[in-house]
Design a protein around this ligand. Structure first.
Ligand SMILES: Cc1cc2nc3c(=O)[nH]c(=O)nc-3n(C[C@H](O)[C@H](O)[C@H](O)COP(=O)(O)O)c2cc1C
Length: 200
C-alpha cells in the first residue's frame, strides 16, 4: 500500500467515469482480491464470501446481459439514459467483480447453531460488506476507479447460467473498476458529533 491505511480510507470514493486502460496488471488485481478474501474476517469465521473476477470479454458480456434485461423492463423513453450510464460508467471499465455469499455455508451454520439462526443471513451480508469495502479501498489504492452496483436479483439467473455459478451462491453486488477518468464531486458530510458519541 503506497498510502497509509487512513489515507486509503479517505481517498476511496465512487468513481463513475472509468476507462479500460488499467494502471495495473490483471495479476495484481487477482492478488488483491485473493489477499482480501483470505484476510477479511467473517462471522464465526464462516468464509462465506465468494468473488468472481470478470475481465475482458467476460466483463463486457456482464454489462451487455444487464442492458438486455433492462431494455425489456425500462420504459423506452428512459432507456437511453440507462444505456448511457451502463456504457459510460460500467461497461467502459476494465473489469467487474461479482460478490456472492454461499448460502450452503449460511444454512450449515443455522443448523449447527440454531440459537443464532436468524442472525446468520444478516452476518453473511455484513461479511460481504467487509470484503467489498476492503477490495474497493485496495483497488483504488492501486490507482483504479471503482463503483458499486446492485442489478441483482434482476441479473441473477443469467449470471449463474453464463459463468456456471453454483446454485448456492447468492449474488450480492457488482463492482466495476477501471482507470479513473474524472474526479468525483466533493462529498457532503453530516456533522460527526451527531454520529459519534463519546463517554469518558
Ligand atoms: C452498501 C452500499 C450500497 C451502494 N449501492 C450503490 C448502488 O447500487 N449504485 C451506486 O451507484 N452506488 C452505490 N453505492 C455508492 C454510494 O452511493 C456511495 O458510496 C456514497 O454516495 C458515498 O460516496 P463515495 O463512495 O464517493 O464516498 C453504494 C454504497 C454502499 C456502501
Amino acid at each position: 500500500m503506497e498510502r497509509t491505511f487512513k489515507q486509503a480510507l479517505e481517498s476511496r470514493r465512487t468513481f463513475y467515469a472509468i476507462g479500460n486502460d488499467s494502471p495495473v496488471s490483471d495479476d495484481k488485481i487477482e492478488e488483491v482480491v485473493k489477499f482480501a478474501v483470505k484476510h477479511v474476517p467473517s462471522a464465526f469465521n464462516s468464509q462465506s464470501t465468494r468473488v468472481v473476477v470478470l475481465l475482458g470479454e467476460n466483463h463486457k458480456r456482464l454489462w451487455n446481459i444487464t442492458k438486455d434485461i433492462l431494455r425489456r423492463i425500462v420504459p423506452a423513453d428512459a432507456f437511453e439514459g440507462t444505456e448511457a450510464k451502463i456504457d459510460n460508467c460500467f461497461l467502459s471499465g476494465h473489469g467487474t467483480l461479482l460478490f456472492f455469499e454461499d448460502q450452503n455455508v449460511v444454512k450449515s451454520l443455522q443448523t449447527s447453531y440454531p440459537a443464532y439462526a436468524d442472525n446468520f443471513p444478516i452476518w453473511s451480508q455484513q461479511t460481504s460488506a467487509m470484503h467489498q469495502f476492503a477490495i474497493w479501498t485496495m483497488l483504488e489504492d492501486l490507482g483504479l476507479g471503482v463503483n458499486l452496483q446492485h442489478y441483482n436479483p434482476l441479473i441473477d439467473k443469467d449470471v449463474k447460467a453464463e459463468w456456471s455459478i453454483p446454485e448456492s451462491w447468492k449474488l450480492i453486488s457488482e463492482m466495476p473498476f477501471g482507470n479513473p477518468l474524472a474526479e468525483p464531486e466533493a462529498k457532503q458530510f453530516s456533522p460527526i458529533e451527531d454520529r459519534v458519541k463519546i463517554y469518558k
